[in-house]
Write a protein that binds this ligand. Structure first.
Ligand code: GDP
Ligand code: GDP
Length: 435
């Protein structure tokens, strides 16, 4: 999916525009404690060409003295990572030196940039845009993010730049892997280890051209693709050292991934950023494996691993189904275990459970834990079936779908997991009415 970045000075209306484009349709996600609610990126799916929208300003609070630095970083990120850039300026405040500077940067980019003058709240105010023509950027989109004026046209212009949605034929049976994590957790060391692993057969023509960012390989006769290998190995760029760069890169890689290797630094521990990224992987329905790296650098006794694991389970409550592996990319310790775990998770990701088995579990669940009464009527489950894989998705037909409260949904999900495992895979259960 294409990445669209909103860039601009603080207070020009980026987050207002972000919310306006998202519209009312907020993602419907179970509200687990630990998943950060406050977010600045979202999938926009209302259009025939879905895209991921990022409010680059949202990733950190602004301080006056760092304004220019932040603007530069932000634009740099957008330039490196985004497919399309929305550069927002403030029509009421007028053209500022910072706008000029960022504009100068964006002009050199070979990517579509849409120049937006915000806060033009009515036709009468169109004149406000006048001075922005001095930027010499051609078309200006005058909008009011607050009132919605001009936003549909802006979105149309945006969609014109997006490629058509890929067809399903492209979805072959290869497994795409993303290695994600904060800077310096050891991603690149791990990628090198994985690709150097004797049982991994890297595709010979892969990685030889500058443009090939992904590395295909084979393991136990299954085809895999390691996503954005070049990006992970690429070092030395300023943005590479930035925390938020890693978030954006992670979002981008996860977009195309089936299974995510979430790398955590054993010494540094888990951060808020890790939680945000993991939460996103969960929402996206990706297979997830938690890889605790630098295990060699931890002073250990017999119970260290167990304690660490429990600590992770507490922190990543919503990922209790994800396997945890303790490795050292430096020494190679247990790195071999990563691929065998990936293999298992990938199989679960693709797994299809026969309807008869599902209904046995459903009936058993209903028997051992009576469904609640809703509006004076006891809930009655009729039937359960698996409608999709990648991730496994189920539909349960029930007399009153809205009566199935969170706790009972949780219970049924747990029953499914108990019966079938689904290690490392978020499962989806939808409830539908049937009288
Ligand atoms: P950000 O810092 O760029 O994300 O800016 P915000 O979206 O937080 O907006 C900054 C301020 O500008 C807020 O007080 C908004 O209400 C206001 N604002 C945003 N869009 C418009 C608009 O179209 N017209 C007017 N008049 N105010 C707006
Ligand atoms: P990236 O930024 O996530 O790609 O991390 P790198 O792979 O570049 O590693 C960052 C630093 O951590 C380097 O100095 C590595 O040598 C070191 N490092 C990576 N893996 C390990 C490990 O398993 N143990 C130890 N002690 N250091 C490691």
């Amino acid at each position: 999916m294409s990445l669209v970045a909103i860039v601009g000075r603080p207070n020009v209306g980026k987050s207002t525009l972000f919310n306006r484009i998202l519209g009312q349709r907020k993602a419907l996600v179970e509200d687990f404690p630990g998943v950060t609610r406050d977010r600045h990126y979202a999938d926009v799916t209302r259009y025939d060409k879905p895209f991921t929208l990022i409010d680059t300003g949202g990733f950190e609070p602004v301080s006056e003295d760092r304004l220019l630095v932040q603007m530069r970083e932000q634009s740099q990120l957008a330039v490196e990572e985004a497919d399309i850039i929305l550069f927002v300026m403030d029509g009421r405040e007028g053209l500022t030196p910072a706008d000029h500077e960022v504009c100068g940067m964006l002009r050199r980019v070979e990517k579509p940039v849409l120049y937006v003058v915000n806060k033009v709240d009515s036709d009468k105010l169109e004149d406000l845009a006048g001075e922005f023509y001095a930027l010499g950027v051609g078309e200006l989109h005058t909008i009011s993010a607050e009132h919605g004026r001009g936003v549909p046209d802006l979105v149309d212009a945006l969609l014109d730049h997006l490629p058509a949605a890929p067809s399903d034929a492209e979805a072959e049976r290869e497994i795409r892997l993303a290695v994600i994590g904060r800077p310096n957790v050891g991603k690149s060391s791990m990628v090198n280890r994985l690709l150097g692993y004797e049982r991994v057969v890297a595709n010979p023509q892969a990685g030889t051209t500058r443009d090939s960012v992904d590395t295909p390989f084979t393991y136990n006769r299954q085809r895999y693709v390691l996503i954005d290998t070049a990006g992970i190995r690429r070092k030395g760029k300023v943005s590479q050292k930035l925390e938020k760069f890693s978030v954006i890169q992670a979002l981008k890689s996860m977009e195309r991934a089936h299974v995510v290797l979430m790398v955590i630094d054993a010494v540094e521990g888990v951060t808020e950023q890790d939680l945000t990224v993991a939460g996103y992987a969960y929402e996206k329905g990706r297979g997830i494996i938690l890889v605790v790296n630098k295990w060699d650098a931890v002073a250990k006794d017999q119970s260290t691993m167990k304690r660490y694991q429990e600590e992770l389970e507490r922190t990543f409550k919503f990922l209790s189904f994800a396997p945890v592996i303790f490795v050292s990319a430096l020494t190679g310790q247990r790195v071999a275990k990563i691929m065998s775990e990936v293999e298992k998770v990938a199989a679960e990701f693709d797994r299809r459970i026969p309807t008869a088995m599902l209904n046995k579990v459903l009936a058993e669940a209903e028997r051992s834990h009576q469904p609640p009464v809703f509006h004076g009527k006891r809930l009655k489950f009729f039937y359960m079936t698996q409608v999709e894989t990648r991730p496994p998705t189920f539909v349960v037909f029930v007399n009153k779908a809205e009566g199935v409260h969170f706790s009972y949904q949780r219970y049924l999900a747990n029953q499914l997991r108990e019966a079938f495992g689904f290690s490392g895979v978020p499962i989806r259960i939808h409830y539908r009415d049937r009288e």
